[in-house]
Design a protein around this ligand. Structure first.
Ligand code: FAD
Length: 483
């Protein structure tokens, strides 16, 4: 039987893959495409994570697609609502029919003479198959679906309660009336604490060091006002742009005036928690705001849980697990029936697939980013990586639009290959992400690098990317096309 072939193979049916497919259908109707998805459901992150309270921590007006505005009243949405939104989008656009579930990309081989990728897929029963494509579009997210980051704690095996990781939340986990200990201080911990505190006997969040937090209403008051005076489409468009610009403003202020922003954020926390809280110890991070993701607290739910006494924060280090909880470096002991290790994600590039170009293995870390979409030495391949300081979808949408422009340009000019050449010698290369978050630091040797200037530098700025990806020239003198 002849090997199957499509013009574009999209890898992953999460938020990025579904958005990519919608763009392809609209802007490249003459191209054939398929989506391969390792799991048996669409939605990626929003289907995988099932812990109590799971929700977005950016507003849905910017986390929703530009082509399908988020119209629900709540701007900070729960996980199931986001999953429904993705399912509805896929169904409305007929993209769901293009998804082949249970197909994991193991490796992809580019052949320059044939100008095509041969992609090896593994099915659940262990059998493999191949599919060929002219263009490979990776929408496989940024972390390992097999398991989250789970450090080994001393004495862990002694603990007689349950130890769980939020990435694999046990459906049967009954925590009503139990002592819960959440290890971590990131967005997941801050979400879990108030959600579990409603039913648990008590929830303690144990952190090595604090994270910056800010309370925001889950119902956007300005957005609501706009909806009451304007037609819905106009109101949603304006709300989206308000949030994009406000987000950029906050990030800029954090870079330019970190001290002022520290005071503002700490003032907010102090106001929310009252005089009992030890702000210096438990709520003042060691880094400046937006050097790691700023943690959003919708409607101040985390602060309410702390203030009511249903939850508490401890800043200390684990010395050892015991049969009944943990002992800390300070000598204190924390009892627990359930310990949640909200210790983060394990990063994975290209969905852990191996890439070969003409037989030569390509490691992501050896490549340099081009426009935040492609990489040096890897022809006809784009990948989606959203913003760290704004909603993922803002970049995913722009990436999809750029890929469509690129594909149309190639078809128009008869080009069969586009390749990013190596950067000129001597250009300083920088880490891909300048976040100090543990999960980026742990994966530093996995990630590509970026150059010191355009088009090698990541913008991390929606407005600059609109110019570069929506309106910038495709044939920019850097990207090399061949027939
Ligand atoms: C709990 C949580 C909350 C988040 N909240 C926000 C937020 O509020 N705002 C924000 O901007 N970002 C947030 N993020 C980041 C979030 O991951 C992105 O917003 C977005 O969902 C990523 O979509 P994606 O499609 O690129 O990746 P994913 O959602 O990870 O989907 C990738 C898909 O690719 C599939 N896949 C991977 N490898 C392969 C392979 N080799 N072969 C076949 N299929 C493969 C996976 O099975 C998966 O379905 C959050 C992340 C987490 C974990």
């Amino acid at each position: 039987m002849a090997e199957e072939s499509v013009d574009v193979l999209v890898v992953g049916a999460g938020l990025s893959g579904i958005g990519a497919a919608c763009h392809l259908q609209k802007f490249c109707p003459g191209h054939t495409y398929a989506i391969v998805e390792a799991r048996h459901a669409l939605g990626g992150t929003w289907d995988l994570f099932r812990y109590p309270g799971v929700r977005s921590d950016s507003d849905m007006h910017t986390l929703g697609y530009s082509f399908r505005p988020w119209a629900a009243a709540k701007a900070i949405a729960d996980g199931p609502s986001i999953l429904n939104y993705l399912r509805d989008t896929a169904r409305e656009h007929g993209v769901d029919r293009k998804i082949r579930f249970g197909q994991r990309v193991l490796r992809a081989d580019w052949s320059t003479p044939d100008s095509c990728w041969t992609v090896q897929l593994r099915q659940d029963d262990g059998s493999t198959s191949t599919i060929r494509c002219s263009f490979l579009y990776m929408c496989s997210g940024y972390y390992d679906y097999a398991g989250g980051y789970q450090p080994r704690f001393p004495g862990q095996e002694r603990f007689r309660g349950r130890l769980v990781h939020p990435q694999h939340w046990p459906e049967d986990l009954a925590y009503a009336g139990k002592q819960v200990l959440v290890i971590g201080s990131g967005a997941t911990a801050v979400t879990l604490v108030p959600a579990m505190a409603d039913h648990a006997a008590h929830v303690t969040m144990l952190q090595r060091s604090p994270t910056w937090m800010v309370a925001r209403p889950s119902l956007d008051p300005v957005g609501a006002r706009l909806r009451s005076v304007l037609p819905l489409r106009a109101a949603l468009w304006l709300t989206r742009w308000k949030n994009i610009l406000f987000g950029l403003f906050v990030v800029r202020m954090c870079k330019r005036k970190p001290q002022r922003m520290r005071e503002l954020l700490l003032g907010g926390v102090r106001h929310a928690l009252g005089p009992q809280a030890d702000i210096a110890k438990d709520y003042t991070p060691r880094y400046n705001p937006w050097e790691q993701r700023l943690c959003l607290v919708p409607d101040g739910d985390f602060f309410d849980a702390i203030r009511s006494g249903r939850a508490s924060v401890v800043t200390d280090q684990i010395e050892s697990f015991t049969e009944t909880g943990v002992t800390l470096a300070s000598g204190a002991a924390l009892p627990a029936d359930i310990i949640v290790s909200a210790t983060g994600l394990k990063l994975a590039m290209m969905g852990n697939a191996e890439l070969f170009v003409d037989g030569q293995r390509i490691a992501s870390a050896q490549t340099v980013n081009y426009k935040g979409v492609m990489a040096t030495g890897v022809p006809n391949l784009a990948s989606t990586f959203g913003y760290t300081t704004a909603s993922w979808t803002l970049k995913a949408d722009l990436t999809a639009r750029y890929v469509c422009r690129l594909l149309n340009h190639m078809r128009r000019t008869g080009a069969r290959e586009c390749r990013v050449p190596q950067v000129e010698p001597g250009m300083a290369l920088l880490p891909w992400v300048d976040f100090s978050s543990g999960y980026f630091q742990r994966a530093a040797d996995l990630l590509p690098r970026q150059g010191a200037r355009k088009p090698w530098k990541l913008n991390q700025n929606y407005l600059s990317d609109v110019l570069a990806l929506r309106f910038g020239s495709i044939d920019d003198g850097v990207l090399r096309f061949s027939r």
